[in-house]
Design a protein around this ligand. Structure first.
Ligand SMILES: Cc1cc2nc3c(=O)[nH]c(=O)nc-3n(C[C@H](O)[C@H](O)[C@H](O)COP(=O)(O)OP(=O)(O)OC[C@H]3O[C@@H](n4cnc5c(N)ncnc54)[C@H](O)[C@@H]3O)c2cc1C
Length: 447
């Protein structure tokens, strides 16, 4: 039997950051990270293994920072948990006894139950470098590839595949638009145009109903009757929290699919924490369970859990997730935080929307200047910002972070209108035409 003070199961972003944080706060404790994948990937880098990273193995997620900090890394799979005895059993037969347990089990790709789904050549996304490298090698040698799912992962992969010479790329989405959960249609249309211009064949409002072929996939039947010949398929239809180990041990789920946790990431067992994709999330505005899984949220939760394992040292109010994220499609950057116009309306909020289009340098004739489009969603009565979307060049990646902070701080349209900003011709929009300010002014004119 192995013995440790803190056992972290899962070596993804959440597990790594939690173990490092715990070492900082509790230097005298023995900490072990247990992971079932020997060579992990940087998850957010997976799409870029297909083209941008010439050697897909460059997307390796190293455990060196753990080892350098004196944290033991143990490769094995946890298969059961005895909470009373505080012992985790591993696939190898080994048992590990802990004082505090952190579940950082991540998520598993959703495999849609479509006939023929288990044929060779159909790849769900697993965060395993050896598996993904094989997938990339096969896809790079293919003639026709279908990507199923038009969320940000499917979009990023389709964009990468469009750069591979001689490859025909189809992107299938059952909703009327790509990125429909995080962007209103006018933003989604920018991505759709970009991908179409780059040769990706978009199939919106369309579902796969059967994969055909013998042992290996040869094609796909669609619900409109069309049959496409394809030799590889990438599945990017979402992920679900990996909770079986925990629920088998009697830990509670929230109202959604993730493990129930309190403000400090404690599960229903006070000595067991859950963080990252396997832990439940709440929406910032409604506190309803939210199926948001992002590395940025996972690492924030990991820091909270790591600091609070033995004593509550960092006081926190879990304000819920605003699902802030950005994505990149061949030079076009899109960012979203909080509610879209559509999601706010669906939830029943009375809102006002402000729009602005500007340029991210001044004068707009400066080298490298890019058009930037900002949309802000405000509560009509209280004037508080509830969401924002941005599309533009590289600067959009940080513009959305300004909007994200404004949402978290419940900033009003008036405060945005009077916001103090640093501006410079090479670096930002003009002080006279700053898109966030202009979008706030547009909304105020309608309040
Ligand atoms: C293609 C792709 C692109 C993404 N891009 C972005 C992005 O740009 N920005 C962003 O914020 N997020 C992005 N995400 C989401 C992000 O990857 C996840 O939110 C993040 O990985 C969650 O971290 P985690 O540590 O909770 O879980 P994971 O990264 O899923 O790690 C969990 C680990 O636990 C291991 N494990 C599970 N069960 C056991 C067990 N029983 N025993 C031992 N080990 C176990 C797993 O093998 C895995 O290594 C992307 C995801 C994907 C798939």
């Amino acid at each position: 039997m192995l013995k440790t003070d803190v056992l972290v199961i899962g070596g993804g972003p959440a597990g790594i950051v939690c173990a490092l944080t715990a070492k900082r706060y509790y230097a005298d404790k023995k900490i072990m990270v247990m992971k079932n994948v020997e060579n992990s990937c940087v998850p957010c880098g997976i799409p870029y293994m297909f083209h941008s990273l010439k050697n897909p193995r460059d997307n390796f997620l190293s455990t060196e920072p753990l080892e350098k900090s004196g944290i033991e890394v143990y490769i094995d799979e946890a298969i059961s948990l005895d909470r009373k005895a505080k012992v985790v059993s591993a696939r190898s037969g080994q048992e590990i006894c802990y004082e505090k347990l952190v579940l950082a089990l991540g998520s598993l790709p959703i495999i849609p139950q479509i006939p023929g789904i288990d044929k060779e050549g159909i790849f769900p996304i697993y965060k395993d470098l050896d598996y993904m490298t094989k997938c990339v090698e096969e896809v790079r040698n293919a003639k026709r590839v279908l990507v199923v799912g038009g969320g940000f992962i499917g979009v990023e992969i389709a964009d990468e595949l469009s750069k591979i010479d001689g490859l025909t790329v189809y992107l299938l989405e059952m909703l009327p638009h790509l990125l429909a959960n995080s962007f209103d249609s006018e933003f989604a249309e920018l991505v759709e145009k970009k991908l179409s211009d780059n040769g990706v064949k978009l199939l919106l409002n369309t579902k796969a109903v059967e994969f055909i072929g013998d042992k290996s996939v040869k094609g796909v039947k669609l619900d409109n009757g069309q049959v496409l010949e394809v030799d590889k398929v990438i599945l990017a239809v979402g992920a679900t929290p990996n909770t079986k180990l925990a629920t088998d041990a009697g830990l509670d789920l929230g109202r959604g699919k993730g493990l129930w946790v309190d403000e400090y990431m404690r599960t229903s067992d006070p000595d067991i924490f859950a963080i990252g994709d396997c832990a439940g999330k709440r929406d910032f505005f409604t506190r309803k369970d939210a199926a948001v899984m992002l590395a940025s949220i996972a690492t924030a939760e990991a820091r909270i859990a790591g600091a609070n394992l033995y004593r509550l040292r960092v006081v926190r109010e879990n304000k819920g997730t605003i699902a802030a994220y950005s994505t990149y499609v061949d030079g076009l950057v899109l960012g979203s935080a909080g509610l879209t116009e559509l999601s706010a309306q669906r939830e029943g909020f009375e809102i006002v929307v402000g729009n602005a289009v500007g340029v991210d340098k001044h004068p707009g004739t400066m080298p490298g200047a890019t058009r930037v489009m900002v949309k802000l969603v405000f509560s009509k009565e209280s004037g508080v910002i509830m969401g924002g979307q941005v599309a533009g060049g590289m600067s959009a990646g940080e513009i959305i972070n300004i909007i994200g902070l404004a949402i978290q701080q419940r900033v009003s349209a008036v405060e945005l209108d009077t916001m103090q900003v640093a501006t410079h011709p090479y670096l930002t929009s003009a002080p006279t035409a700053y898109p966030i300010i202009m979008a706030a002014q547009d909304a105020m004119s309608k309040m």
